[in-house]
Design a protein around this ligand. Structure first.
Ligand SMILES: [Fe+2]
Ligand SMILES: [Fe+2]
Length: 288
């Protein structure tokens, strides 16, 4: 199965909602310039449902994909930094910095399960990974690809160590990227479960809830727009303009740093097909 909609065509209408033309252009330019990285990501999800993969591959996917998401700690760290800056400011700047902290923090409400009876996204991810791998082996560090670990560290450093504007730009890009990625991941994962496991439709629904929760109600698209506002307020409070070249470098680095994770996973799928260990459309239940 190949995903019929491109990631770029999914993010584009949401990027259109950004009020400032320079930021819109910078975002679009990043996706179009890094088309090879975007293509690698699309290729992985296009190939995912095509065969039944080994437990090792599924654990590697579950452990590595998680490292490219669930950045709640970084979001919290970035809001703490904005609050600290607000404490040292006065008047309108102070209020803009507090509001920037609040808007940035709003990207973690769903992750925390605020309106979902305390069910966190980490919990939903566990459900997905367990259904995919048949257990919790995937949580072992050995299943986290070095590229995924590096990507996660890069995001976290941007949000808690590098200048605050870099942190906001990173969080913003992560939200728009995730909107696109989760939208193509949802049919791919559903199709995998349908074709290669014996999960009932109810179990399948539970398994993909982690992905569906980010796509339904435009969760990630809304997160993206609140970080756009957080950045505007931060720039106003700090009396600075958007550094488009710097933002562009971060947007492009995000895609370039993430693509190797998906390429490694695709290579593993190719190797299983070539080695005859992958079972195309085997429908033999949870992997033994
Ligand atoms: Fe989430
Ligand atoms: Fe989000």
């Amino acid at each position: 199965m190949h995903t019929s909609t491109s990631l770029t065509s999914i993010v584009d209408p949401v990027i259109s909602l950004v009020p400032r033309a320079e930021l819109r252009d910078t975002l679009r330019h990043a996706f179009s310039t890094e088309h090879a990285a975007v293509g690698s990501i699309e290729e992985f999800f296009g190939m995912l449902p095509s065969a039944s993969w080994s437990r090792n591959l599924l654990c590697t996917f579950a452990g590595s994909w998680k490292a490219t998401h669930l950045k709640m700690l970084g979001i919290y760290g970035l809001s703490c930094r904005l609050q600290r800056a607000a404490q040292d400011a006065d008047g309108l700047d102070r209020s803009n910095l507090y509001l920037a902290a609040a808007r940035n923090a709003a990207t973690s409400y769903e992750d925390l399960g605020l309106d979902f009876d305390g069910h966190t996204h980490a919990e939903l991810y566990d459900d997905l990974a367990e259904a995919l791998t048949g257990g919790d082996l995937w949580t072992l560090r050995k299943y986290r690809l070095p590229e995924a670990h590096q990507f996660s560290r890069w995001c976290y450093r941007n949000m808690v160590v590098e200048p605050i504007s870099d942190g906001l730009v990173t969080n913003m890009f992560s939200e728009i990227y995730n909107h696109g990625e989760y939208t193509i991941a949802l049919p791919a994962a559903d199709s995998y479960f349908q074709q290669h496991t014996r999960l009932s439709s109810e179990e399948r629904r539970k398994a993909i809830t982690y992905i569906a929760a980010h796509v339904e109600d435009d969760t990630e698209a809304d997160h993206f727009l609140v970080v756009v506002e957080a950045l505007d307020r931060y720039l106003a409070a700090s009396g600075t303009q958007l550094d488009a070249a710097r933002a562009s470098a971060i947007f492009r680095a995000y895609l370039r740093n993430l693509a190797p994770v998906m390429r490694r996973l695709t290579e593993m799928m190719r190797a299983e097909i070539a080695g005859g260990t992958a079972k195309p459309l085997a429908a033999t239940g949870v992997h033994a």
